[in-house]
Design a protein around this ligand. Structure first.
Ligand code: NZQ
Ligand code: ZN
Length: 385
């Protein structure tokens, strides 16, 4: 196991009805800006519930943070904070709203060009406004991590940053809030969480048995509950498991002391930035081809994955690895997320723009061995047609 430091200060408040606890969780004297997405938070009644729970605190609203949150939108929230003097933020929504709020929290205290927060990957951040979240979509883990992914519309750039000051102070996870999600978002959430685990697990053995078993448990849980979450939208226990599994998939715990990959995400971000596919759709396209391309380097972990997650014990190690990759693709398809560019009406014309974009964004040495060059990324994109 590699050396590591683990720090995660986010308080999780889990269960039905827990939005009422906002009154205890948000400082009494805070002037709170509530950030949300399109219309879902208002339509579902969650926004009303949140406002009620905040009692007589001074509040303001900032809506319109769309999926794949835009820099161009978020800087308007920063202006509002400077003009109206908010000192606490509350994100109500999914990963996009929470990521957007992290950026706003950091940008409100940033001097200079706030896009530098993204280009520096967060290194230039020193402080951020405190904030909490009310999660309405289990998927990204953003509710319990220090990452955010922001898109700059003008340049089609989708960039990430991370910083210790943007861990949410608390996150409220009420599984009932997921009942109103369209099936597509449940599918997306399951795939995103699944690939988060794979990025931290499917590399090479690192003498980290407990991280491995945690990761395998999360994967097996997602394979089990994913189809059930689609079939029974009001099954509280399934939604509760999904919510907690997605949080654990990317709250840092399973990634400590082990090599991490993240190349599927980086290749996927370019697809969203250029062609607008949902984040999870891009992961479903890239992951199977990525695993096939890197099979020689990932062989030991692929066999472990085949045996421990999919229960494959027949055949040679090579056959087991290939079968496990096939079953992964079948699982994504069973979750109604298509796994080929052609399924989204994209053809070989997309390949060169994607590779150029990777190069432009400095993504030229990806993967746990930093050996996924633009040439190899091109092969992976081509294999995904
Ligand atoms: O905009 P509204 O009307 O609110 O609708 C949203 C949105 O259209 C809707 N929705 C959310 N909760 C709902 C609901 N509809 C009905 N009922 C509810 N309870 O769902 C749509 C998608 O929401 P979004 O927040 O975009 O989805 P998700 O949570 O999947 O977030 C995706 C974003 O997170 C980033 C992705 O790149 C993408 O930008 N990621 C963030 C990560 C992180 N911070 O660690 C890691 C991930 O790998 C990922 O990159
Ligand atoms: Zn993701």
């Amino acid at each position: 196991m590699k050396n590591f430091e683990f720090y995660n200060p986010t308080r999780i408040v889990f269960g039905e009805g827990k939005i009422a606890e906002l009154n205890k969780l948000v400082p009494k004297e805070a002037k709170v800006l509530i950030l949300f997405g399109g219309e879902s938070a208002r339509k579902t009644g969650t926004l009303d519930e949140v406002e009620k729970a905040l009692g007589n605190r001074q509040i303001g609203l900032f809506g319109g943070i769309a999926a794949n949150p835009r820099y161009e939108t978020l800087i308007k929230a920063v202006d509002k904070i400077h003009q109206e003097g908010y000192d606490y933020l509350l994100a109500v929504g999914g990963g996009s709203v929470i990521d957007g709020t992290k950026f706003v929290a950091a940008a409100a205290n940033f001097s200079g060009d706030s896009w530098d927060i993204l280009t520096s990957g967060g290194e230039k951040v020193n402080t951020a406004l405190p904030f909490g979240t009310v999660l309405t979509l289990p998927a990204t883990g953003s509710e319990m991590n220090k990452n955010a992914v922001i898109t700059r519309e003008a340049t089609h750039s989708k960039r990430a940053f991370m910083h210790d000051t943007v861990y949410p102070q608390f996150s409220i996870l009420d599984p009932v809030k997921t009942f109103t999600l369209p099936p597509r978002q449940i599918s997306n959430g399951v795939i995103d969480a699944f690939v988060h685990v794979m990025e931290q697990y499917l590399t090479y053995p690192a003498n980290a048995p407990v991280q491995d078993v945690f990761a395998e448990g999360l994967l097996k849980t997602l394979i089990d509950i994913g189809p059930k979450a689609l079939a029974n939208p009001h099954d509280y226990d399934t939604r509760a498991s999904l919510m907690w599994t997605a949080t654990l998939a990317l709250n840092g715990l399973i990634g400590v002391g082990v090599p991490q990959d993240w190349s599927t995400h980086m290749l996927g971000h370019e697809i969203t930035a250029l062609y607008g596919l949902d984040h999870a759709q891009t992961l479903a396209i890239v992951l199977p081809s990525m695993l096939l391309e890197k099979r020689p380097q990932k062989q030991a972990k692929l066999v472990q994955y085949a045996q421990q997650v999919w229960g494959i014990h027949e055949g040679s190690e090579e056959q087991q690895a290939i079968r496990a990759i096939e079953l992964t693709r079948e699982f994504f398809e069973r979750m109604n997320v298509k796994t080929r560019f052609s399924d989204y009406n994209l053809n070989q014309d997309v390949i060169e723009p994607l590779v150029e974009s990777l190069i432009k964004n400095g993504m030229a040495a990806l993967g746990e061995h930093h050996d996924i060059t633009p040439e190899i990324s091109r092969r992976i994109y081509i294999a995904s047609l």
